[in-house]
Structures are given as structure tokens and as C-alpha cells.
Design a protein around this ligand. Structure first.
Ligand SMILES: [Zn+2]
Length: 238
């Protein structure tokens, strides 16, 4: 498998390329590129969150624990004394960061259902919903946010699969076929659960009609005629 830094670099480079195409297709404006590169990079870290000691999962649980501690402070701030609030916040942080993290680890196996195209779709829908309902973006931007998470995610799966081919000996490593898969073939209950979660979250996503309308109005032919490289070259100054 590719290491953390390789994933970080390739996910950000790939999402930058896609963001440039999106700017050119007038889907986003140039000032949004950094935001979408950030999202693509986050997407590129997500497939390894089931790896017990990976950096992304520790980072994710740190952020989650801080958000929960902040949430507890917000809810209880008028009912308790400052030192009590501090105890609650620290307790919540430790609970999420260590107890919930341990529980998550015990339920997941590395390269299980989180390392699949099904999970890419799930996280894309999840990001679309978070953007629409919590960040209060418009429908089009919400869907684009979700799509960039999926772009980074799928690039990660592809990269791991490429790394499972031993190029010098032109033979496959044992890990071949475990990185890029539709769902977890070895763990059907987990795959069924993930499918149900994906369908459930799809039901609450905003209608993708505005995105469809913009995509239909775009002249995609030019991107398949090699102009994509010209566009990227134009932005990086060549
Ligand atoms: Zn991976």
C-alpha cells in the first residue's frame, strides 16, 4: 500500500486537477480551488480510517472528540460552574478520543468495507448532506463538496491497488484486489449495513437537479480531446 505522504500528495494533486477542470467548466470559481483541494485531500485520507493506528483515524477522532467537547460546553454552559464545565468537556474529549475510538477499532478491520467504492459513495452523500444541512450551502455546492470527497477517496483506492502490483517482478502482491473493490466481499453483514446506511443517507440528500442541469450544459468533448492538459498547463503557468 502507498504510505500516508504519498496518499496526501496524490489526492491533493488529483483534486487540484479536477478543480481546474471544474473552474474551466464554470462549475466553481478560481478562489474555491483551495477548498476543493482540501476536500479531495480529506477524501484521500478516509479509506484508511479503519486502520487501527493510521494517522488519519487518530486525527479524525481528535477532531471528533474536540467537536463533542465543544458541543457539551455549548449545551451546558448556562447550567454549571466553570470548573464543572471544564470537567465535563475533558471527560467528553477522553471518552470519544479513547473509548469510542477503541470501540470503533474493535468493530472494523483494515481494508474492510471502509476501503471500497460503496464507502466512497456513502461519504460523498454524507458530505453533501453535511454541506446542505449544516454548512447551509446551496444544492449545487453541496453536491460538488460530496463529489470532491469521492474523487480523493477513489484516487486513494486506485493508488493502493497500483501499489499492489510489484512492477519490478511483474507479479501481483498478496494484497492485489483488496484495495479497489465494490464492497467488502469477506464481510457481507458489514457490506449490507453500509449499503443500508448509504441508501438511508441518499434519501435525505437534496435533489441533484441543479448539478445535472449544469453538467448537461457543459461541453465535455473538449476535455476528451486532450484540452484538459492545456487547461492545467495554463493554470500552472506553462
Ligand atoms: Zn488504503
Amino acid at each position: 500500500m502507498a504510505n500516508f505522504n504519498t496518499h496526501l500528495f496524490v489526492a491533493s494533486a488529483a483534486s487540484a486537477g479536477v478543480a481546474l477542470v471544474a473552474v474551466n467548466a464554470h462549475l466553481i470559481v478560481a478562489t474555491d480551488i483551495l477548498w476543493f483541494v482540501f476536500l479531495g485531500t480529506v477524501g484521500g485520507m478516509l479509506p484508511d480510517i479503519d486502520s487501527d493506528n493510521s494517522r488519519p483515524v487518530k486525527l479524525l477522532f481528535n477532531v471528533l472528540a474536540l467537536m463533542c467537547a465543544g458541543g457539551v460546553l455549548q449545551v451546558l454552559k448556562d447550567s454549571y460552574l466553570p470548573y464543572q464545565l471544564l470537567l465535563f468537556a475533558v471527560g467528553t474529549y477522553l471518552l470519544v478520543r479513547y473509548a469510542v475510538f477503541a470501540l470503533f477499532n474493535s468493530f472494523t478491520v483494515h481494508r474492510g468495507v471502509f476501503h471500497s467504492l460503496l464507502a466512497a459513495v456513502f461519504f460523498a452523500f454524507l458530505m453533501t448532506c453535511i454541506s446542505y444541512y449544516f454548512l447551509h450551502t446551496g444544492v449545487l455546492l453541496a453536491w460538488l463538496n460530496g463529489i470532491f470527497i469521492a474523487v480523493g477517496f477513489i484516487v486513494h483506492l486506485l493508488l493502493d491497488e497500483i501499489y499492489s502490483v510489484d512492477l519490478s517482478n511483474t507479479r501481483m502482491k498478496k494484497s492485489f484486489g483488496t484495495a479497489l473493490k465494490l464492497f467488502s466481499y469477506n464481510d457481507i453483514p458489514a457490506s449490507v449495513l453500509m449499503t443500508l446506511c448509504t441508501l438511508a443517507i441518499y434519501r435525505i440528500t437534496p435533489s441533484p437537479k441543479p448539478l445535472n442541469a449544469v453538467l448537461k450544459g457543459t461541453n465535455w468533448h473538449q476535455y476528451f480531446k486532450g484540452e484538459i492538459f492545456e487547461i492545467i498547463a495554463k493554470y500552472i503557468g506553462y
